[in-house]
Design a protein around this ligand. Structure first.
Ligand SMILES: *[C@@H]1O[C@H](CO)[C@@H](O)[C@H](O)[C@H]1NC(C)=O
Ligand SMILES: *[C@@H]1O[C@H](CO)[C@@H](O)[C@H](O)[C@H]1NC(C)=O
Length: 403
């Protein structure tokens, strides 16, 4: 009897420990989030073991979640949904059925997933695109760019850019009855990274005459060289996106070589010669007081130059848009940046807002105090979070007024 009781006690403690996640008090839906996080951590552990045993890459296992959530392109009474290709890159296309004769707005969307997982056809993204198309009477092009670890930078960026270049041609826009003055790019997380990078690149591309009206960056990842920001420190173990997972995503964007990941974990992947670039990500300078509170700035301790020599993408603004100098930021379109308080990537977005403002770019910064990373994904069952619903509503309402 005693033994059984003891066994039960130990088992409960283990389960409690496993389910327990440090979820901040102001976040609603605590239990849902804890269970979801326990599920994600389980998949993460399986992935780690599979990789250690030589059954493939960590991301192969993580990708199973994406595959599980795949939904085929199905039209409904409001939106026609098809899978097609633009410039040889697969896209999922959403065309609204309402007001067929009026000129439409358009959005090119890049899904998140750390450049390694995720898909336009994943249920939460499919729902978001469908909803965007219907609410804004907009054609939505959701890009199925190629993923790491099979493909590394700059493939993801190049796929994204190829779609944008194809789409921003008068002949293509006419075909879909789109108003060329009302087009935006949007993306979340790694997709926000691609949206920001594409928007910078377009500004100086003489081949593209049609300009974007708006860029939307939802909790974007924007820089590689300082992974010890206050937001990384405060949210290192937050559900959905831990620091270690973000480090894995960043390093796998560039390489399969795990030594980059190890150096990134201790923030020792950048060499001294970069000192000119550190000023662009100096959080002590770019963050408002309330986000710096209680933190002491430690300039990244410089490692050798071997990583940036091997992986020059680390310093390329197409991978790290925050590393662009001011001349590359001036003239960018109206920007909507959404950041979440409990997110390792929070300070990337806030610093970009500061830098864009300094460069004279109009910026709307929406900061969600009670949200975790990925919130906008959690607007479909089984996991619906109130912060995600609020974020999605604000996003669509803002676009409805400004696009
Ligand atoms: C990296 O790993 C992936 C998956 O294991 C593989 O498909 C890819 O070819 C590798 N890339 C390189 C450059 O070795
Ligand atoms: C970072 O910014 C702070 C505050 O503006 C400044 O005192 C410090 O010298 C800067 N450090 C680096 C490495 O740029």
């Amino acid at each position: 009897m005693r033994i059984k009781f003891l066994g039960l006690l130990i088992a409960s403690v283990l389960v409690a420990y496993y389910i327990y996640a440090p979820i901040p008090d102001n976040v609603e839906d605590q239990w849902k989030l804890m269970l979801f996080d326990a599920f994600l951590r389980t998949v993460g552990h399986v992935a780690t073991i599979a990789e250690k045993l030589g059954f493939g890459n960590y991301m192969d296992v993580m990708m199973k979640i994406t595959t599980m959530e795949y939904t085929p392109p199905v039209s409904d009474e409001k939106v026609i949904v098809t899978d097609t290709k633009f410039n040889d890159v697969p896209v999922r296309l959403y065309i609204p059925k309402g007001q067929p004769d009026s000129l439409k707005r358009a959005m090119i969307y890049f899904h998140g997933g750390g450049w390694c997982v995720g898909a336009a056809g994943m249920k939460p993204y499919d729902s978001l695109s469908r909803w965007t198309s219907e609410k804004l009477n907009a054609v939505v092009v959701s890009v199925e760019y190629r993923l790491a670890p099979k493909y590394h930078f700059p493939t993801q960026f190049e796929d994204a850019y190829a779609v944008v270049k194809y789409f921003l041609q008068s002949s293509v826009l006419d075909q879909y009855n789109i108003d060329s003055r009302r087009i935006c790019v949007s993306g979340d997380s790694a997709g926000g990274n691609l949206a920001a990078a594409v928007t910078q690149q377009l500004l100086h591309d003489p081949d593209v005459k049609i300009k974007l009206k708006v860029q939307v960056l939802l909790y974007p990842a924007l820089q590689t060289i300082d992974l010890d920001l206050p937001s990384y420190r405060e949210n290192a173990n937050m559900p959905v996106l831990s620091k270690s997972l973000m480090v894995r995503f960043w390093s796998q964007y560039f390489t399969n070589d795990t030594s980059l990941k190890e150096a990134m974990e201790t923030n020792q992947h950048g060499p001294t010669e970069l000192s000119g670039l550190y000023k662009f990500v100096n959080w002590s300078h770019w963050l408002p007081e309330r986000f710096k509170k209680g933190h002491i700035y430690i300039a990244p301790s410089h490692g050798s130059s071997k990583f940036v020599q091997k992986y020059p993408g680390l310093l390329d603004p197409r991978a790290a848009p925050l590393l662009a100098d001011e001349t590359k930021l001036r003239g960018l379109p109206l920007t909507y940046i959404c950041t979440c308080q409990h997110d390792v990537l929070r300070d990337d977005g806030i610093m970009y807002a500061s830098r864009l403002r300094e460069a004279g770019v109009p910026v709307i910064h929406e900061h969600v105090e009670d949200a975790i990373h990925g919130a906008i994904m959690f607007t479909t069952s089984p996991l619906i979070l109130s912060a995600g619903q609020r974020m999605a509503n604000n996003y669509i309402n803002w676009l409805n007024e400004n696009l």
